[in-house]
Design a protein around this ligand. Structure first.
Ligand SMILES: Nc1ncnc2c1ncn2[C@@H]1O[C@H](COP(=O)(O)OP(=O)(O)OP(=O)(O)O)[C@@H](O)[C@H]1O
Ligand SMILES: [Mg+2]
Length: 264
């Protein structure tokens, strides 16, 4: 069993994430704020794909959900808790994040990278004495469940891109999040590795009730796995709905002349 406590049926009447009129500071080079009035709500157990052209604000939006982006207007409420500097660390305990580009330490082994996901839960004194056995066992269990048992003690720099992405997923999962934010988890991966990573996310969503918000650029894969698409354009939401006819929705939302299969 994966170690989360999330019950998809829990709290269905309460929105898991509420974003009200999010606005970041004005950026001179863009002639606008990066996030420019974002309103949306995410329900428990949803699998949401975040789409948009380069620079639309997708990564900034994901980071804002863990309090990493200063807002000049608006508020974000996660599981009933408003994000403030005071509540930030409490909120982050609910949320695992896969950053764009992975963010693994190449010189460390897979299991050591997964254990890095526990650093936020331990003080520096505790870290000096190493991780407790139960954390190590949990890290190994997660790697095994993600199909990486044999790679657990290999340096992550020696793993394939798809394997590295699954190590990053294990690292995000070790803190038992309710929500997983994944920024371009399959960019740069081949077709097989992309399907494996997406299937891993889908299993976490359907079998374990994890709420997933992921940035993708491939509209076909987005429609195959996600239930709901949010399309960002210049820091605003220009489409929020189901994934039917996603290519047409994408072109219309961004006023594009052609219907691309990929947004890059
Ligand atoms: N700290 C910052 N200061 C100023 N501008 C920034 C900052 N961070 C991001 N930007 C700008 O904000 C815009 C949105 O960036 P963001 O990384 O959120 O885009 P994105 O939609 O994730 O794009 P991509 O698809 O390329 O990953 C970009 O134009 C970027 O250059
Ligand atoms: Mg980005």
């Amino acid at each position: 069993m994966f170690p989360y406590t999330n019950d998809p049926l829990h709290n269905t009447s309460v929105k898991l994430i509420e974003c009200r009129n999010l606005e970041t500071a004005y950026v001179k080079s863009l002639h606008r704020p990066i996030l420019n009035g974002i309103d949306c709500q995410i329900n428990p157990g949803e699998f949401v794909v975040l789409l948009g052209l380069n620079g639309a604000g997708k990564s900034t939006f994901l980071k804002s959900l863990v309090g990493l982006v200063p807002l000049v207007k608006g508020e974000i409420i996660v599981d009933g808790i408003k994000i403030t500097p005071h509540t930030q660390s409490q909120v982050r305990r609910h949320i695992g994040m896969l950053f764009q580009g992975g963010g693994l330490i190449r010189q460390l082994t897979a299991v050591e990278n997964v254990l890095c996901g526990r650093l936020g839960a331990r003080n520096s004194g505790q870290t000096l004495f190493g991780f407790p056995k139960r954390d190590r066992l949990l890290a190994l269990e997660l790697l095994e469940q993600l199909g990486l048992k044999d790679q657990a003690y290999q340096k992550t720099g020696q793993l394939s891109g798809g394997q590295q992405q699954r190590v990053a997923i294990a690292r995000a999962l070790i803190q038992s999040p309710q929500i997983l934010l994944a920024d371009e988890p399959i960019t740069g991966l081949d077709v097989v590795a992309s399907q494996q990573v997406m299937q891993t996310l889908a299993d976490l969503n359907t079998q374990h009730g994890l709420t997933i918000i992921t940035v993708l650029h491939d509209l076909g894969i987005a429609a195959e796995y996600a239930h709901r698409a949010i399309i960002l354009d210049a820091g605003r939401i220009s489409y929020d709905g189901n994934c039917d006819n996603l290519q047409t929705q994408f072109s219309q939302a961004l006023s594009l002349e052609t219907s691309p299969t990929s947004t890059k």
